[in-house]
Design a protein around this ligand. Structure first.
Ligand code: SAH
Ligand code: MG
Length: 993
């Protein structure tokens, strides 16, 4: 049978009217939302091409990796990255797949193989190729075949045989057979469409948007049933199917006694013609001998279950039962334009679809299940399973309903992960992995996409030609110039001055770190699962130093953007929120099925927080943020709903209900990971202090999702003077990480200035060999390859395998790309406290920010060894200036903390790994004695701040010059404790390990 005969046959059938009505409904709700993209068309062409191939006999489908291999051969390169998850002891893998035009990165997996497969799949997705081999075979079949299958399946569902099957539809049939008269055995279309996997998958072949719209699937079932007019009754007014011939009486009689009476709680969402929906509990009283869907239908004021539509399952009760939304099949409005005042759908109000329906759009129900719901709705957790014939059921409480709703938004996912529904909010910026709390943005985006039936996000990474060093040198020069005519360093001045200038430091434009002009850039595309059409294309313009940071930030941007759909419906979704300005290009299409408005429609307003009432803080009338952005803050807190906002308790009549509390929670300041009130208050406190403040109410749903006693909380919320009372105790503060401080306080970041300083000296020398002692990830070596130098041999030594791995990767890319004089590059695994004769008599030794990572006596030992044995012509050593810490940490040490210094958890040093940090005097002493003993001349300098002004440079630098022209040679090969980790020679292949 083909499609045309099917359609024409429907005209002869009485069910035609309903069928077309349903189709019309479906088209108005779903199809109108698709923008006709050219992109989409090419996609469907590709799809049909693949069908063709499959039907044409090439049954064996290729795996994604094979397809990639066929297309790109050796031009496709897979790289596996190990990912360490601190919470798990196992090692996970992520795969990077580089293709000629783009690269993709997989999610993390336990097995390398899975990571590779996932990367290949992502690449195919980007290429618009759909490999076959889903668990179901529905991609192999044609639309005609799909129609045939549906017809076939319906016939089977109404066979005698099926009545006793374990299939949930069998139980439904048995349920409907308990009715009397005409309606006996009349099975609602919606339940067939919702519960039968086969029919569902075939409907998807006909039109992939059935996922979004149950009505569409119902119309297909109706249409197919029309083909069975000899066998099935599809009456013109009822969305239900019935068998023409009665079932054998014996079978029906056997059913009669079946079933017991059940009482189930469910949530009723009443649609108001204006304003928000009213949510309340109802009890479904399912007496034995009645079909449960009829009871739900009655509650909704419907005649019977044939008027119902049933949503997909979307959330679980605490004991794991899946919920669905039940509502009436929407009725069309007789006059189209009459009801504009009804609830508006947010995403595509342009077309004003909702006004076509008699009933207003139900925002809460729609947001819960991700499908369009009109009119009143019931959320219930009950149904038949394959396992038993009994009706499985669970109560849906208000709390569990609100929790499900809350967990649908990106913000909600984050809130749940932190177990802080009221206190936590999805951060707007990802700074460092070490300060991020909760699941990483990338994982959250995956969770979100799965929940919303979107495809896995596709990340695209690009790198840009690097130009940073010349830039660094230039700005370094500018800095030095400005220092020489002014007494102080501009950066420091900006941040460390009065309270007012300190505010500058906290301003929001400093949200991203580090701000680079080169490095990794990552965009993310999100497609809908069924239609593969583009939902979001987000390409941030920022560069990040590390690939993973670029990815995390792209994921976070996407989450934030989706979040804005949920949180702020009034805002035009095409208008990005202010904090995104200048950071990315957005593209958004309207065919998103995500619904907003809920649960945090009411946004936090200006804190109703009254300073005169804040304990311990009333001595400080001016609000000053004393804990700087980037700090990690640890607090304990509780939040209560309270009426009369009178926490002094003068009246003693304060009604209060505890909503949320946390004994200890840690968060980063300045990235929006806590609600603004809490963060603003906490960052004005000092360690050990308590504070109490009151704010307006957030969205009711949020509070109810959180509250222990829903009924009592609800009654408090209904009172006019209800507010939220916070009690906070500041447990501890850790200063921002060294890297962050270096990036926030210094422009260019201090590490860049250090590297720039060394590169300048190296350029000026005519050195040909260089050893970087404690090279770390190779930041200096990298920069050296970006500018012309006379260097021919470069060597890095470190004891960290991880750092050396990173350095090797970087060198591999740089050396094979950049044309330079360097003809040998080697990385050694070894301790610089040991001498290796291969590195004797080199031109330049560098040792940037390394000695403070050893014990002091080891630093002395290193000094001795390097000058007496390695004997470089020039040695550059840098280390932090301890005295400068007062400036970096001033902000984290408010004056009133002098008294309780013992409680302060501020780091003494800039980095927890530092074993010491020297004052200028200590450093001078060390270097001077050393230089004297080994016949070196010595110069002091530094970067960050000024050498002439207290407290000196932020990073102090000593430059040792060898006085002796010749050095006695060391026996070749006498001492070679270092292990070659990676080696590169011009013209030759590189060697590893
Ligand atoms: N010089 C690099 C890295 C500084 S971090 C930069 O400026 O970016 C300090 C580095 O010193 C770390 O990578 C650490 O592994 C290394 N290190 C510490 N003690 C060492 C030792 N005894 N021998 C070799 N490397 C050492
Ligand atoms: Mg250091």
């Amino acid at each position: 049978m083909n499609k045309t005969t099917l359609v024409s046959s429907t005209f002869e059938n009485p069910s035609t009217r309903l069928c077309f009505f349903l189709l019309f409904l479906a088209q108005t709700t779903v199809l109108s939302r698709q923008k006709p993209f050219r992109w989409l068309n090419t996609r469907s062409d590709q799809r049909s091409y693949i069908y063709f191939v499959m039907v044409g006999g090439e049954k064996q489908s290729l795996s994604p990796k094979e397809i990639i291999h066929h297309k790109f051969g050796v031009k496709a390169s897979y790289r596996i990255e190990q990912v360490h998850v601190s919470s798990q002891s196992t090692c996970l893998y992520r795969c990077h797949l580089q293709l000629p035009d783009f690269s993709v990165v997989s999610n993390v997996f336990k097995r390398k193989k899975d990571a590779e497969l996932s990367a290949a799949e992502l690449a195919l997705e980007k290429l618009g190729i759909h490999p076959q081999g889903d668990d179901d075979d529905d991609d192999d079949i044609t639309v005609e075949q799909a129609w045939d299958d549906i017809v076939e399946r319906i016939k089977y569902i109404f066979s005698d045989e099926f009545l006793s099957s374990d299939h949930p539809l069998g139980s439904h049939l048995r349920g409907t057979l308990l009715r009397d008269g005409e309606r006996r055995g009349s099975l609602p279309l919606s339940i067939i469409a919702a519960l039968d996997a086969k029919i569902n998958s075939r409907c998807k072949v006909i039109n992939p948007s059935v996922d979004k719209d149950p009505i569409l699937a119902m119309s297909y079932v109706m249409k197919a049933a029309a083909k069975l007019s000899d066998y099935i009754v599809a009456s013109p007014h009822v969305a239900a199917l019935r068998r023409k011939n009665p079932y054998p009486p014996a079978v029906v009689e056997a059913l009669a006694t079946h079933g017991e009476s059940i009482k189930v709680e469910a949530v009723y969402i009443q649609c108001a013609t204006s304003g928000e929906e009213v949510v309340d509990l109802i009890t479904l009283d399912i007496s034995s001998g009645r079909y449960y869907l009829d009871i739900i239908a009655e509650k909704l004021g419907l005649k019977d279950s044939s008027q119902l539509i049933i949503s997909r399952t979307f959330g679980k009760t605490p004991s794991g039962y899946e919920c669905r939304v039940y509502s009436a099949i929407p009725k069309l409005n007789p006059s189209d334009k009459s009801s504009k005042a009804y609830g508006k759908r947010p995403v595509d109000d342009e077309e004003d679809q909702s006004s076509r329906f008699k009933n207003p759009w139900n925002a809460k129900a729609s947001s819960a299940c991700g499908q369009d719901i009109h009119g009143d709705a019931i959320v219930a957790a009950l149904g038949y399973s394959c396992r038993s014939n009994d009706l499985e059921h669970d109560d849906v409480t208000l709390k569990s309903f609100y929790r499900i709703c809350c967990g649908m938004s990106p913000n909600g996912i984050y809130k749940f992960s932190r177990q802080a529904l009221i206190a936590a909010t999805l951060p707007f910026s990802f700074t460092t992995k070490s300060s991020w709390r909760g699941p990483l943005p990338r994982e959250m985006l995956s969770i979100f996409c799965r929940q919303q039936q979107l495809a896995e996000p596709v990340f695209t990474i690009s790198t840009s030609p690097v130009k940073p060093l010349s830039e660094t040198l230039r700005s370094l020069k500018k800095l030095k110039d400005s220092e020489s005519n002014d007494s102080n360093n501009q950066c420091v001045n900006e941040y460390a001055g009065s309270d007012d200038s300190f505010n500058h430091y906290n301003s929001k434009d400093e949200e991203e770190l580090p701000v680079l002009e080169s490095g990794y850039k990552c965009g993310v595309k999100i497609l809908s699962k069924s239609l593969q059409d583009l939902v979001l294309d987000c390409s941030p313009r920022n560069f990040y130093e590390k690939e993973s940071y670029a990815i995390q930030n792209a994921a976070l941007k996407a989450l934030t953007w989706f979040g804005s759909l949920f949180d702020d419906l009034d805002a035009d979704p095409e208008q990005p929120r202010c904090y995104m300005k200048g950071h990315m290009n957005w593209m958004f299409t309207r065919n998103v099925m995500i619904k907003g408005k809920f649960p945090s429609s009411k946004r936090y307003e200006e804190p109703a927080y009254d300073e005169s009432k804040t304990m311990d803080m009333d001595r400080k009338p001016k609000r000053v943020q004393t804990i700087p952005n980037g700090s990690l803050v640890s607090i304990s807190y509780s939040v209560s709903v309270e009426v009369e906002a009178d926490f002094w308790g003068r009246s003693g009549k304060c009604l209060r209900e505890l909503t949320e509390s946390n004994e200890e929670i840690e968060f980063e300041v300045g990235v929006g990971s806590m609600n603004p009130h809490l963060e603003s208050v906490v960052t004005q406190m000092s360690v050990g202090q308590y504070a109490c403040f009151v704010t307006n109410m957030p969205a009711e749903g949020l509070v109810l999702a959180d509250a222990n006693d829903t009924a009592r909380t609800r009654s408090l919320l209904s009172k006019l003077a209800a507010g939220l009372e916070y009690n906070v105790h500041l447990l501890g503060v850790k200063g921002p990480t060294e890297k962050r401080v270096e990036s926030v306080f210094f422009k260019p970041p201090l590490w860049k200035q250090r590297v720039g300083y060394a590169v300048k000296l190296i350029k000026e020398s005519s050195a040909s060999t260089l050893v970087d002692f404690g090279c770390g990830s190779g930041s200096l070596l990298e920069s050296l390859l970006e500018v012309p130098t006379s260097l021919q041999t470069i060597v890095g030594v470190d004891i960290s395998q991880k750092a050396l791995d990173r350095a090797a990767k970087m060198l591999h890319v740089k050396l094979n790309k950049e044309a330079c004089n360097v003809n040998t590059a080697t990385l050694y695994d070894g301790s610089i406290l040991e001498f290796d004769s291969r590195l004797h008599d080199i031109d330049i030794g560098t040792c940037l920010e390394v000695i403070e990572h050893m014990e002091e006596d080891q630093a002395c030992e290193f000094g001795e060894k390097v000058l007496s044995l390695f004997r470089p012509k020039l040695l550059i050593v840098s280390t932090p200036n301890f005295e400068y810490n007062t400036i970096l940490q001033r902000s984290t040490t408010p004056e009133n903390q002098e008294e309780n210094k013992s409680e302060s958890q501020l780091p003494k040093f800039r980095n927890h790994d530092h074993k010491f940090e020297w004052t200028r005097e200590q450093f001078n002493h060390w270097a001077t004695k050393l230089a004297e003993r080994h016949n070196y001349s010595l110069e002091f300098s530094g970067v960050g701040g000024s050498g002439e002004v207290e407290p000196g440079f932020a990073s102090q630098i000593a430059v040792f010059k060898r006085e002796a022209l010749v050095v006695e040679s060391v026996a070749e090969g006498s001492m070679q404790p270092y292990k070659v980790i990676w080696e590169w020679k011009k013209g030759n292949e590189e060697k590893k390990e």
